[in-house]
Ligand binder design. Structure first.
Ligand code: FPP
Length: 251
C-alpha cells in the first residue's frame, strides 16, 4: 500500500526544482523501534525498511537527484545479535537477487561503500556482479554503505597513501585534500549536500565524516519504515532554505 502511494508522487511539492541537492545521504534509523511499536520482531522493521529504501530511491531518481547514499550496515553493527546480523546479510543478498533486473531497467548505477571482505562470499559475489552490471547506468547513482565505518575508511586511506610514499610513487608534499578524497570509497562522487537521519537521534554515527564536512543535516523523528516521499520533499525544502557558506564569511 505504502509502496504504491509513494511512487505515484512524481514531483517534489514545496521545493524549488532548480535547487535540488545533488547528493542525499541517509541514515535509516528506527527500524527496530518501528517493529517494537507494532509488536513485531526487529527483523520486520528491516524488511519494511528495505521497501522504504526502494521507494525513496525511485523517488530520488524521478525527481532528478544525482546520488543517493544509504547507510545499511556499519562496522559497529556486527555487535548486534547474530540472528539479526544473519537476517540482514540474507536480506541484502535477497534484495540484490530480486531487484537487480529492475535497478538495471531503471538506469540505477549501484556502488557499495565499505570493506566487503568479511561479508558472506555469496553476498560478495552479488555485490561485485551488481556493480559490474549497472556500471554504465546514468539515471541515478545509488551508494550502499555496508560494513562501512568512516574512521576505518580514513585509516585505510592513510595506509594506502603511506604505501605509495614508501614505494616512492608519491611525494608527501603531493598529499592534499583532493588527493585524499580520491582514495575514499566515495571517490569520483560529490560530497553529500544533505544528510537525512530518521529516528530522531542527533548524531553522525561514524558515517562519511570526511565527506560531510559541509553537509546540511536534517533530523526527523519519523522511524525509517514510515519515511516517505512527502517527508523527503519536506527535508529538501528545509535544505533549500539554508544559507550554505562553506565556512566563508558573508560580506
Ligand atoms: C537501523 O535501524 C537500520 C539498520 C541497521 C539496517 C538498515 C537496513 C535496511 C533498511 C535494509 C536496506 C537494504 C539494502 C539492500 C540497502 P535500527 O535497527 O538501529 O533501529 P532502532 O534504532 O529503532 O533500533
Amino acid at each position: 500500500m505504502t509502496t504504491q502511494l509513494v511512487s505515484t508522487i512524481s514531483k517534489p511539492t514545496n521545493c524549488d526544482r532548480q535547487k535540488l541537492p545533488q547528493h542525499i545521504a541517509i541514515i535509516m534509523d528506527g527500524n527496530g523501534r518501528w517493529a517494537r511499536k507494532k509488536g513485531l520482531p526487529r527483523i520486520e522493521g528491516h524488511r519494511q525498511g528495505a521497501n522504504t529504501l526502494k521507494e525513496i530511491l525511485r523517488t530520488c531518481k524521478n525527481w532528478g537527484i544525482d546520488t543517493l547514499t544509504a547507510y545499511a550496515f556499519s562496522t559497529e553493527n556486527w555487535g548486534r545479535p547474530s540472528t539479526e546480523v544473519g537476517f540482514l546479510m540474507n536480506l541484502f543478498e535477497r534484495l540484490l537477487r530480486k531487484e537487480l533486473q529492475e535497478l538495471k531497467e531503471e538506469g540505477v548505477r549501484i556502488r557499495f561503500l565499505g570493506d566487503i571482505s568479511p561479508l558472506p562470499s555469496s553476498l560478495q559475489q552479488k555485490i561485485s556482479y551488481s556493480m559490474a552490471e549497472t556500471r554504465q547506468n546514468q539515471a541515478i547513482n545509488f551508494n550502499v554503505a555496508i560494513n562501512y565505518g568512516s574512521r576505518k575508511e580514513i585509516v585505510k586511506v592513510c595506509r594506502d597513501i603511506a604505501k605509495k610514499v614508501a614505494l616512492g610513487e608519491l611525494y608527501p608534499d603531493e598529499i592534499n585534500e583532493n588527493l585524499f578524497s580520491q582514495y575514499l570509497y566515495t571517490s569520483n562522487s560529490p560530497d553529500p549536500d544533505l544528510l537525512i537521519r530518521t529516528g530522531g537521534e542527533m548524531r553522525l554515527s561514524n558515517f562519511l565524516l570526511w565527506q560531510m564536512a559541509y553537509t546540511e543535516i536534517y533530523v526527523i523523528d519519523t522511524l525509517w519504515p514510515d519515511f516517505d516521499a512527502q517527508q523527503l520533499a519536506k527535508a529538501i525544502a528545509s535544505y533549500q532554505k539554508r544559507d550554505r557558506r562553506f565556512g566563508k564569511k558573508v560580506s
